[in-house]
Design a protein. Structure first.
Length: 367
């Protein structure tokens, strides 16, 4: 059942503020901040300039399951009732997006036009087996469309021929997987340690501007009575600040929604090794400020969604950032940008262990 709908930014802001008000909360991003000299002078805060090497981070090391699937567990999430993790592209049966010289298949989990449907469904069973030890755990996916729409998932949704159209889902029903598909966008998983409620959100830049994660935490409180201090969250692999160059229109959208918007952006200088080695080849006769050579505007979607979780009331120590830029590490992840749209999909999955099924907890425990 849908819990929110696609709306314009101003309406989104009012809707979320109303939800937090009903729940007795206040969104930190809506609180007024003391004016700085720049604000007093009517000037926008300066966006920091950084070198490319200051924005890159090593890829996380995946865990290899007995069936060959390589996936990313969440450090510290050792609750015996909880399943959760992030897939990589390694360890499946798909050949649709493999390099020509690759002998192994890949773990494409998206029902794309290029890949075979039965192969993808088999890959999904492999992921379920890797995380839970049971390949038959039903998986609930969504038709994602960069919205702030959230649905409440039930077991019957796993058998739907046409999934719900949404970008977030929550449940308190045990024995099923909530799944979010990504290939650059940011997946966010949330769990209520006290009430045993779980949620999964898909946050590209549009969903982030529409506050899908902040709205999702509010929805968990309204639907299940979750309290922010009881929540833990994990932000999975996605395109990083190092690679996510955007236009001024994206900055404008963020500035319309967040008082801290400019803190999420950096000006990143060109990292082309040829340009660095032979800078004279790239000089122009244009007047200063009119040459296309220079830093480009990049946005940090991971930090943007971490800030939303903080604004929703989660403690900093309750938020895990898994890391891994999908465009930097295409050997490990699928990337829509890096492959110009011809790519598979990864999944972030979370679920509540069915207590009646003994022995299905191995996926999130040390082994």
């Amino acid at each position: 059942m849908p819990l929110s709908s696609r709306t314009k930014p101003a309406a989104v802001r009012r809707s979320i503020d109303a939800r937090f008000s009903e729940a007795g909360l206040a969104s930190a991003s809506r609180k007024k901040k003391a004016a700085t000299p720049a604000h007093q002078n009517g000037q926008a805060a300066r966006i920091e300039r950084v070198e490319p090497e200051d924005t890159t981070h090593p890829a996380p090391v995946p865990r290899r399951a007995a069936n060959g699937v390589e996936w990313l567990p969440i450090p510290g999430w050792d609750l015996p009732w909880l399943w959760a993790g992030f897939s990589t592209r390694k360890g499946g049966l798909s050949r649709a997006y493999c390099p020509e010289d690759s002998a192994a298949g890949e773990l494409n989990l998206g029902l794309t036009e290029t890949d075979d449907r039965e192969t993808v469904l088999a890959n999904r069973r492999l992921l379920a087996q890797a995380v839970t030890s049971d390949p038959k755990i039903p998986l609930v996916a969504l038709r994602q469309f960069h919205s702030n729409r959230i649905v409440r998932a039930v077991r019957a949704d796993a058998a739907r021929s046409r999934p719900h159209k949404a970008d977030g889902q929550i449940t308190d029903e045990p024995g099923l997987f909530l799944a979010i598909q990504t290939a650059d966008c940011i997946p966010v998983l949330v769990a209520d340690r006290k009430r045993r409620v779980v949620a999964a959100f898909h946050a590209g830049w549009r969903g982030t501007v529409k506050r899908i994660v902040e709205s999702g935490v509010g929805t968990m409180q309204l639907a299940f009575g979750s309290q922010p201090e009881d929540l833990i969250a994990a932000i999975g692999p996605g395109i990083g600040l190092c690679c996510y160059a955007v236009g001024e229109e994206v900055l404008s959208e963020f500035e319309s929604q967040f008082s801290y918007a400019r803190e999420l952006f950096k000006e990143v200088f060109d990292s082309d090794p040829v340009r660095k080695k032979y800078p004279m080849l790239f000089l122009t006769q244009r007047a200063p400020g009119h040459s296309p050579i220079g830093p480009s505007l990049h946005v940090d979607l991971v930090e943007a969604n971490r800030r939303q979780l903080l604004s929703a009331g989660l403690k900093p120590e309750s938020i895990q950032v898994i890391g891994g830029c999908t465009q930097c590490h295409t050997d490990l992840f699928f990337s829509h940008r890096a492959s110009h749209g011809h790519t598979g999909r990864m999944m972030a999955v979370i679920g509540i262990r069915d207590a009646r099924k003994r022995g299905s907890v191995a996926g999130t425990q040390k082994h």
